[in-house]
Each structure stands twice: as C-alpha cells, then as structure tokens.
Design a protein around this ligand. Structure first.
Ligand SMILES: Nc1nc2c(c(=O)[nH]1)N[C@H]1C(S)=C(S)[C@@H](COP(=O)(O)OP(=O)(O)OC[C@H]3O[C@@H](n4cnc5c(=O)[nH]c(N)nc54)[C@H](O)[C@@H]3O)O[C@H]1N2
Ligand SMILES: Nc1nc2c(c(=O)[nH]1)N[C@H]1C(S)=C(S)[C@@H](COP(=O)(O)OP(=O)(O)OC[C@H]3O[C@@H](n4cnc5c(=O)[nH]c(N)nc54)[C@H](O)[C@@H]3O)O[C@H]1N2
Ligand code: SF4
Ligand SMILES: [Mo]
Length: 672
C-alpha cells in the first residue's frame, strides 16, 4: 500500500488535503490529511469514499458515438482517433459555413484544478469560438465585496477562532463549508455567540445559538437596519471610521433614516425585536466575524445585498481586532498567474460572448446569427444544473446541434451528446489547487493510471488543437510543465514568498499573509468605500429582488444537499439512495390549501413544472417552500428544481439568480 497526497478537486471552499491509499494501481481508501491546516484530518461523507467515484462501475471508459435519438442515452464505443477526427471534421464544416462563433464551449467547476478548469480557454480563443461568460455561481457576491473593499484580502477563516461573535450569513456551513466548524467551535469554547441568518432552518441554523429567518433576497435591508440601530445606539467605532472608512456620514444621513426596525421588519419578515437583538450583539462584540455565503447573491439584487453586508464590519471597526472581519471568498486563487493557461491575449478582438446562464435561450433562438451549431461541454452538466431546464433540453434535442460532452459519467447532458469523451478523475491527472475558503495551495499528481481510456481536459485540448491545425507549441506542454510554471508564478502573483519547494513536493502550503493585511485596504482611496463614487449608485441602498414583480404564491427556496455537490456525486447510489424530490411547506399553508404530509404536488410557474412529495415542517415560514439538492433528472420524475428557475441575471456582473423564484403549488392525483 502506498500513500499519496492530493487535494479535493470539487467546487467547495474547503479544498481539503487528501491522503490517497493505493494498491496495485487502485485507490483503496481516501482520508483527510491531518497535517492540512483547514482539513485537520476529516473529510465530508462524499469524499470519505472518493474511491467509489473513481472506481464506479458507471465510469465512462471509451469514447462513444450516439446511435439512438438525442437524449435516449444510446451509444456505441469508438476509438479516440475516430472521435477526435469526427469532431474536427464537423467543426471544420461548421466554421466554413457559419464561422467559428457557431461553436460554443460550455464548462464550469467540475474540477477546480488550475489547469483542468481552464484547459480549454486558450484553445477556444484561438479557434475563434464564441466566448462563454462563466457566471453561474456567485459573481455578484464577489462584486458586492469588491465595490466596498476593492482587492483587499478577505479575512482568513482561522481568525474566527478568536472572535466573540460569528455570523453565519447565508451559508449552509454544515453542508458546504464543514471544516469551518472547527474554527467556530473553537470560538464557542471561548464564549463566542454564533448567529445564523438564513431563509429557513437549516442544520447550520440549529447548530447556531441564534437563528434569524429572513425573507429571501432582503438581507440588504437587514444590513441597513443593523446599521441604523448601531448608529442610534452609538455603537459605531468613530476612530476607525475616521481613519479607514469613506462615506459613512452620507450613508448615515441620507439612507439609514428610512431603515427603522419597523420598516426593516416589514421588508425582511424578521421581527423588530430580533433585529434589535442582532444589532445589539453585533455592536457589543469586540471582534465580530461575518462568514458570508453565496445564498444572498443569487437574486436580482445580489450584488447590492452583498455590498451592504460588506459595509457592516467597517462601521464597528471589526478589522482592527484579532478575530474580527469578513470572509466571502478567500483570494487563494491570486497565488498563481492563471493567465499562464488562460492566455486572454489569444481571444480574438470583438468575438461574441454568451452568458452561460442563457444557454436554453441561446440554443433555441432561431434569430441568433450565427446560430450555435456545436456545443462542447466539459466539467459541467447544464441539462441538470442550468436554469430554464425545459429550454435547455429543447436546445440540446436539436438534431442540427453537434454536441460533444467530455465527462466521467453518463450525466443528463451526456445523454444528449453526439460524441462523448471519457474524462479522468483528479486522482488520474496532475493539477495544482487553491482554495476559495482559506489560504492554502497544493499540487496533486495522479495517484493511479487513467481508468479505461479516459483523458484529462488538458490532454483532450492538446489533441483537438492538433486536429484543428492550431500550430502552437503551447499545447505540446505536459501538465507537469504547466505546474512548474504555476509554482514559479507565485513569485510575482503573491505578495509574500511562497515555499516553492514544499509546493513542488505535493505537501499543502499555507500562503503567508502580510502582517497588516486586514487594514491594508486595496481600494482607490486606500479606505473601505461605503461610498464608491466610481459606481452607480455611489451609495448603497436596498433594492427589491426580481420576484417582487412575479405573481405566483410561494417563494421557492432551493438550497444545497450535503449528500451531493451541485450535480456531482449523483453517481453514488449509497449517497442518493432514499432520495426523493421533497418540498417542505409550513403546516399553516398546508392546512389552508388542504394538503397533507406525503401528498404529491406540482410546483409551477412561467418556466415550467416539477413534481415533489410534500413534507410539513415549521423549519420553514409560511409563504416559503424549500427543496434541497440539484438531483440528476434521471433520479427524478419530472426534472429537478431547474424546471422552475429563471435565467434573469443579477444587478451587476450578470450572475445567476437561482433563488429568486416564485411558484404555485397544486395537489396532483396522478403524475404530471
Ligand atoms: N454538500 C454540498 N456542498 C456544496 C455544494 C452543494 O451543492 N452541496 N455546492 C458548492 C457550490 S458550487 C457552491 S457555490 C457553494 C455554495 O455554498 P453556500 O455559500 O453555502 O451558498 P448557497 O448554497 O448558495 O446557500 C447557502 C444558504 O443560503 C441560504 N439562502 C438562500 N437565499 C438566501 C437569502 O436571501 N438570505 C439568506 N440569509 N440566506 C439565503 C440557503 O437557504 C442556504 O442555506 O457550496 C459548494 N459546496
Ligand atoms: N437549482 C439550482 N441549480 C444550481 C444551483 C443551485 O443552488 N440550485 N447551484 C449552481 C451553482 S452554484 C453551480 S457552481 C452550478 C454547477 O453546475 P455544474 O458546473 O454543472 O457542476 P456539476 O453539477 O457538479 O457538474 C460538473 C460535472 O463535471 C464533471 N467533471 C468532474 N471533473 C471533471 C474533469 O476533470 N473533466 C471533465 N471533462 N469533467 C469533469 C463531473 O462528472 C460533473 O458531471 O450549478 C448551479 N445550479
Ligand atoms: S467536497 Fe469539500 S468538504 Fe468534501 S472533501 Fe472536498 S473540499 Fe473537503
Ligand atoms: Mo457554485
């Protein structure tokens, strides 16, 4: 038995350090690395048996070509040579007839590895294909933070261990950031209070000392209400504000007067006494720490909401105290110069950009010129995870759309492919990783040989570059060459020296943080910019979400399930067994509608319909129904919650609005 180190490749802030036990070129066990500063020896239930994903009998092992109707999932094996030749032939014909913009790449964070995530960027730039704006996750959250803090490094999560008040704000910590619990527990042992602010009572809410249940998409008003009370009760840090904050006085005098506890209660459905208690706790804390998740950002007002919450630590001077601050996304990605692989300079001037959220509209738009004639999907599963699912399926069903899917499993999207290419897992290819939840980086070399004939993203793009006559030595590099370049790039990309020898060896490396990083505000003014005159509006203020204009009855909360990660891990029967599409409703609503626990119901809106089994619980409020998890459509009766989600975008940076949804609920006697 050999033990090799690697990092978890999934789209999770924890980016755990893995100990991979191999025997005869098989992974027999995977454990959390005890020496990793964030993992501290434990893994989530999904990755504790990563070997079951790696060696799943359902792994795709050869290239396949479609032999049945689109979506039927009927395929026959072909060789790699034949598959690459077929793709190149089709693409050359399409380019001749429609131009290269008729080809659309579609990818996201199936792997977060620095190489494999970006492996296709430069290839598609050089081909001249339509460029994809990768906005499906939470760009509005990053934007809201940036509008106030510029490029300031977010507070490290381990600081929270020294905090006396932790706000878990729209983060499902026990599902999506489980290792942060170590730090929160530590603070608690020293007497810290933990508050959770969410739209329904999640396991994280139960874990917290106090839970604030808020109306979806209204957190911006809550942040303003807290600031109103802090100002009223003189709980602000005037010395800190004078030295480090821009625009507080204007916000205080022009915006805050409207956000009285009573007004905020009316907007947020948080009782006024709860708002008072939260503000009091925040104002009295020595070093409050806000861990801000992504939930609040997935609404039409998502950037503004995130911006308003980001203002809070400034007015109590949290950054001046050990343990205080705010973490949205850590900036570990800045450790490497990602342009080594992305090569943005290769993108052709004026090339068309398409927002990935609009995939369904784009594939079905008959007026689009040039039309999308070929879709190349890798590291993503849009038939399952993209909004407007019915439109996406309609687009993917087009007989004149040549679809290639590079995948590890027969996903909902792969079923629609003309050609499927088998992909390696992270334990079969080399990469280098950073985290967006803490400050570590790690190299992960392949621990075993590829399963079957699977290939990494980088290897496939190297083959495609050759087949498309892109004569560029860049694509002849190995992953090892690229890793060496990324390690070298830490010299210029990170503000302090990174231990390159340790990084090259495969050990986890903690990125050193400048001593005063919390007070080194990287904004044009050098201060925290509550007022930011470079943007519109210069002063932040609450704006309602999109759903304010929708007419359906219930707000649909759809949030993560701990068993799966987006649509990844649906391949693991032991994790998905027993899952049904459940919809949680408050008993008062059920009584009013004459519905009972276990009833089969349809949720519907202008987007479509989906079938659920009803559960009744006071964990949700009247008017809000909850569904957890993005399940493979093949594991549902009528499709998952994306039958109901919109492709409307956020106020800034065109992010997704998965949570900005209303639905009507009706009882079903038969199936839809
Ligand atoms: N197990 C598991 N882990 C995951 C994922 C998964 O699907 N499953 N997904 C991964 C990915 S891609 C991401 S981006 C991260 C996301 O992880 P998180 O940052 O935790 O963000 P979300 O999943 O968007 O939602 C977090 C919480 O916000 C709540 N919420 C929704 N709207 C609002 C609101 O308006 N106000 C407030 N206060 N709360 C709200 C939701 O109910 C949910 O409990 O997790 C990653 N990790
Ligand atoms: N209703 C609803 N929908 C959502 C969300 C929600 O909360 N609610 N969350 C949204 C969010 S935050 C996100 S980030 C998106 C994510 O959505 P997607 O980007 O579709 O992510 P996954 O569903 O995890 O699919 C990733 C796929 O990549 C494959 N993969 C893994 N590693 C590799 C590799 O090395 N190479 C290749 N070629 N493939 C690989 C996996 O097998 C998997 O099928 O989903 C969004 N969709
Ligand atoms: S999914 Fe997240 S918690 Fe689980 S092992 Fe990977 S990084 Fe750690
Ligand atoms: Mo995400």
């Amino acid at each position: 038995m050999e033990i090799k180190k690697s990092a978890c490749p999934y789209d999770c802030p924890d980016c755990c350090g893995l100990l991979v036990y191999t025997e005869d070129d098989k992974v027999v066990q995977v454990k959390g690395d005890p020496s990793h500063s964030y993992t501290r020896g434990t893994l989530c239930p999904k990755m504790a048996h990563y070997e079951r994903t790696v060696h799943a009998p359902e792994r795709l092992t050869t290239p396949l070509k479609r032999i049945g109707p689109k979506g039927s999932g009927r395929f026959a094996p072909i060789s790699w040579e034949a598959a690459i030749a077929a793709i190149a032939d089709q693409w050359k014909t399409i380019i001749r007839q429609y131009g290269a913009e008729a080809i659309l790449p579609y990818s996201y964070a199936g792997t977060m590895g620095t190489i494999q995530y970006s492996a296709g960027h430069s290839f598609f730039y050089q081909l001249g294909a339509t460029s994809l704006d990768r906005t499906i996750c939470a760009p509005a959250k990053a934007r809201g933070y940036r509008d106030v803090m510029g490029g300031t490094l977010p507070t490290a999560p381990q600081e929270a261990g020294n905090s006396d008040l932790i706000l878990l704000w729209s983060i499902s910590m026990l599902a999506t950031d489980i290792h942060f619990r170590h730090d929160v527990d530590l603070a608690r042992q020293n007497g810290a209070q933990v508050w959770c602010i969410d739209t329904y009572e999640t396991p994280t809410a139960r874990y917290a000392d106090h839970f604030t249940s808020i109306k979806p998409g209204t957190d911006g008003a809550l942040a303003l209400g807290i600031m109103h009370i802090l100002n009223r009760d003189d709980h602000i840090d005037k010395t800190f504000i004078q030295q480090y904050v821009m625009g507080w006085e204007e916000l205080r005098d022009t915006v805050l007067p409207r956000y009285t506890p009573a007004n905020v209660a009316a907007i947020t459905e948080v009782p006024a006494d709860k708002i008072e208690a939260l503000a009091k706790a925040f104002g009295r804390a020595r070093a409050p720490f806000i861990r801000l998740g992504s939930g609040q950002s997935r609404y039409g007002n998502g950037a503004m909401t995130s911006r308003l919450i980001t203002c809070l630590p400034a007015i109590v001077g949290a950054y001046a105290h050990v343990g205080g601050g705010l973490l949205t996304s850590a900036s570990g990605s800045h450790a490497f110069d990602k342009n080594i692989i992305r090569r943005p300079e290769k993108e052709k001037a004026g090339v068309r950009h398409i927002n990935m959220i609009k995939l369904g509209q784009v594939l079905t738009d008959e007026t689009l010129a040039p039309p999308i004639k070929s879709l190349y999907v890798y590291s993503s599963n849009p038939a399952c995870t993209a909004p407007e699912q019915a439109l996406v399926a309609q687009g993917l069903s087009r007989d004149d759309l040549f679809t290639v899917v590079h995948e590890r499993f027969m996903t909902d999207t792969a079923r629609y492919a003309d050609i499927i290419l088998p992909a390696t897992t992270s334990l079969e290819h080399d990469d280098i990783y950073y985290s967006y939840g803490h400050y570590t980086v790690q190299r992960g070399n392949a621990a075993i040989l590829p399963i079957g004939q699977s290939k990494s993203n980088w290897q496939v793009f190297s083959l495609l570059a050759k087949a498309m006559n892109i004569d560029d030595e860049f694509f002849q590099q190995s992953e090892t060459n690229l890793i060496e370049k990324f390690i070298a790039s830490t010299d210029t990309a990170w503000p302090l020296p990174v231990d390159k020898a340790k990084l090259a060896s495969g050990e986890t490396v903690d990125l050193p943080l400048p001593e005063n990083y919390k007070l080194d505000f990287k904004t044009p003014s050098g201060k925290i910019e509550i007022k930011n005159s470079a943007i519109e509006p210069a002063l932040p203020d609450y704006r309602p979400p999109h759903y304010a204009n929708d007419t359906e009855t219930f707000l649909l909360i759809n949030s993560p399930d701990p068993r799966i990660l987006d649509s990844s891990f649906n391949e693991r029967p032991e994790l998905t067994r027993g899952h049904i599409m459940e919809l949680m409703m408050h008993p008062d609503d059920a009584n009013r509608l004459g519905l009972c626990e276990g009833d089969i119901v349809a949720a519907s809106n202008t987007q479509g319909r989906a079938q659920f089994t009803l559960t009744l619980s006071t964990r949700t409020q009247p008017g809000r129904v909850v569904s957890e998890g993005v399940w493979w459509n093949t594991l549902t009766t009528t499709g998952n919650t994306n039958q109901l989600t919109h492709a409307r975008t956020t106020d800034k940076d065109a992010g997704s609005t998965f949570y900005d949804v209303k639905v009507n609920i009706t009882k079903l006697t038969g199936q839809i």
